[in-house]
Design a binder for this molecule. Structure first.
Ligand code: DC
Length: 228
């Protein structure tokens, strides 16, 4: 029962390789919702900083580099991708040097503030492309970016299982170390916000996780009308 919101906001947070990207992508395709991967935003900014030779310890260098970035969004199917200066970054955002540096740049308030405004602006992007809602995934979506989202999920999985998933994807990525840095930073740490729906994906297949999330999304999008 209940009314359908005019625009549905779904937040999915979780650690590295917790399954949130695959879940968010599958969910977006099923309904359709606009899929926004905020980890890719932090990765793209990191790749850009590395290209410019800016280190996370050089705060004024980071701030002036951020001020010069022209951020845009390209929508392809149900996926939104961040453009920097009109350009989409490709596989370089998953490179080992980006994996190693991204948590350090993501801990900087200046980087987080720039992305907070950009990420909140994705609602307008979704509406202007005719989507009924958006699913945004990251670390602080349900806690900071959209604390009043219609549905907030937090995915977690055993660290051994997460390392296995990354290795299976052929990626060199220390998920436990990134999670340690992401959880211990002062600004917008990785945490399960109060009231979020906590899902342990360790022993679930991707389809099982997607089904759980999709069931709740479907109820919100198509609420059962009250009995006559
Ligand atoms: O989801 P991912 O592994 O691609 O994210 C890369 C990094 O970006 C992650 O180590 C922490 C950071 N991140 C963040 O701080 N906040 C978000 N909302 C999303 C990602």
């Amino acid at each position: 029962m209940g009314t359908s919101p005019s625009f549905l906001l779904v937040a999915i947070d979780g650690g590295a390789a917790s399954g949130k990207s695959s879940t968010a992508r599958a969910l977006a395709a099923r309904f359709p919702l606009l899929h926004v991967d905020t980890g890719a935003h932090y990765r793209a900014i990191t790749a850009e900083m590395l290209r410019k030779g800016v280190t996370p310890g050089d705060l004024s260098g980071v701030e002036s580099a951020l001020a010069g970035l022209r951020l845009g969004t390209r929508v392809t199917g149900s996926a939104a991708q961040m453009e920097i200066g009109g350009r989409i970054q490709g596989d370089e955002i998953r490179a080992p040097d980006v994996n190693a540096a991204v948590s350090h740049f993501a801990a900087l308030p200046a980087v987080r503030t720039a992305l907070l405004h950009y990420q909140r602006g994705q609602v307008e992007v979704a509406k202007s492309h005719g989507f009924k809602g958006l699913v945004m995934e990251g670390r602080d979506i349900g806690s900071v970016i959209f604390p009043a989202a219609d549905l907030r999920f937090f995915l977690h999985a055993d660290p051994v299982e997460r390392a296995r998933r990354r290795a299976q994807e052929g990626q060199l990525d220390s998920v436990a170390e990134r999670d340690r840095l992401d959880s211990s930073r002062k600004t917008a740490p990785l945490t399960c916000p109060p009231g979020a729906i906590d899902i342990d994906s360790t022993h679930l297949t991707l389809d099982q996780v997607v089904d759980r999330v999709a069931t709740l999304v479907a109820v919100r999008l198509n609420p059962v009308p009250p009995a006559p």
